[in-house]
Design a protein around this ligand. Structure first.
Ligand SMILES: *Cc1c(COP(=O)(O)O)cnc(C)c1O
Length: 420
């Protein structure tokens, strides 16, 4: 690697996925330049094909009305099934283990209905260091809902002494001490703040060895890391589709429920869409769940949102997660290399340096935190995300970000670091 712009342009030339950038709408500055968009971890960009996919459903609704359930080009009755194979592939699951439904926080709640079954001896939830607030609220309110005290019931992973990240040894120590009291381990696949990727397989095995149920919030992992949910064996997982999966603001969530639970007699909040498809429209009194992850569905889903997911998943299928991850590792290492050239007296990368412990995001902690720096970046056509008190999160996304984006970002950052 070297620091020249030419190096970045050469890498883009060599990039087998470079053509995908043109399949996305890249936002423009007021002077018509491409924005350097490093915020795909918050809201992924819009594929150009999305309009076509959504318009197809609008046209079918316009022309067919209710008949679209069966006679639309992509019939709405089974529409969610059109997403399953690609979504299952992205998270390394069997198609029966995956369903797209609801939104992420809603799914965390519904999954906890089935998988958080506290008893007076074992009622605690071990959760991610500084989790996304919604996860904390969901966990806290579930504990309260079951009549326990969240003060007692919540065990937050803290970073190792002198570090920003959490080691497996540290998790193992907590499990040695509190394992018998922990009903559920619910942590992120990638911590949204530090960018640390957790070892799903090892944490699942450690949790199961102590008799805990293990679930993952993959909001920052799905479409970012290579995942093997079936093999790694967590009990459940959920993720949103609007971050790395580019499916539009507030779009639906993916859910994974390991097949070993499909026939188990678990508590669940039921709805008609989870009922056996053969009898669903007989409007019978008895609920007969579909014996797959689909049995957790509640409502007939929003087709327009699903059309946007379909557009994006079709691109993922073309690009392939292996190729995406391989470019992602290169792109993020390149970002790391350039950023470190600015000298470690200006900033510190809190994301692990080991590529196996991170996705594409790097969290840059400023030595002299000054929000003016972030304003400077924004003014110069960069969209990156500032987290109080001192962190800028940047996520070069392999589907549409280029090595040139990364180079330009760092040259503007370097200028800004001198000024602020
Ligand atoms: C983005 C994100 C959410 C957002 O939840 P919604 O229900 O989709 O609004 C929740 N948890 C984590 C970890 C996230 O990264």
């Amino acid at each position: 690697m070297d620091t020249s712009l030419q190096y970045a342009l050469d890498q883009d030339q060599k990039d087998v996925l470079h053509a995908f950038r043109d399949m996305f709408h890249i936002p423009k500055t007021s002077s018509g330049q491409d924005i350097i968009y490093l915020c795909g971890n918050s809201l992924g960009l819009m594929p150009k094909s999305t309009s076509m996919y959504v318009n197809q459903e609008l046209d079918d609704w316009k022309n067919l009305g209710v008949e679209g359930h069966f006679h639309a080009k992509n019939p709405w009755m089974p529409y969610h099934e059109f997403l399953t194979d690609n979504m299952a592939h992205i998270v390394g699951a069997k198609p029966e283990e995956v369903v797209v439904m609801n939104s992420l926080t809603a799914n965390l709640h519904f999954l906890m209905v089935s998988f958080y079954k506290p008893t007076s001896k074992r009622y605690k939830i071990l959760f991610d260091y500084s989790p996304f607030p919604s996860d904390r609220y969901a966990i806290e309110s579930q504990i309260r809902f079951h009549g326990f005290d969240p003060q007692e019931g919540m065990i937050e992973l803290t970073p190792d002494a002198g570090s920003e990240t959490v080691s497996l040894t540290h998790i193992q120590n907590i499990l040695e001490r509190h394992g018998d009291e922990i009903a559920l381990i619910l942590i992120g696949g990638v911590n949204y703040y530090t960018g640390q990727a957790y070892d799903i397989k090892t944490i699942t095995a450690m949790g199961h060895a102590k008799g805990c149920v293990v679930g993952f919030d993959l909001a920052h992992a799905a479409g970012n890391l290579l995942l093997h949910l079936h093999e790694d064996g967590p009990d459940f997982a959920a993720w949103c589709s609007y971050k790395y999966l580019n499916s539009g603001p507030g779009s639906l969530s993916g859910c994974f429920i390991h097949e070993r639970h499909h026939q188990a007699d678990l508590p669940r909040f039921a709805g008609w869409w989870g009922n056996d498809k053969k009898t669903r429209f007989l409007m019978k009194d008895e609920f007969v769940p579909i014996p797959t992850a689909e049995g957790w569905q509640l409502s007939n889903p929003p087709i327009l949102s699903m059309a946007a997911i379909k557009a994006s998943l079709d691109l993922f299928a073309k690009a392939g997660m292996d190729r995406l991850r391989s470019k992602s590792e290169q792109l993020t290492s390149y970002l790391e290399f350039l950023v470190l050239q600015n000298g470690n007296n200006t900033l510190n990368i809190i994301t692990p340096a080991d590529p196996n412990q991170r996705g594409c995001q790097l969290s840059l902690q400023m030595t002299n935190p000054n929000k003016k720096l972030h304003e400077y970046l924004t003014k110069h056509g960069i969209i990156a995300d500032w987290r109080e008190p001192d962190v800028i999160r940047v996520a070069p996304v392999p589907l549409y970000n280029s090595f040139e984006d990364v180079w330009r970002f760092n040259s503007i950052l370097a200028e800004g670091l001198i000024q602020f």
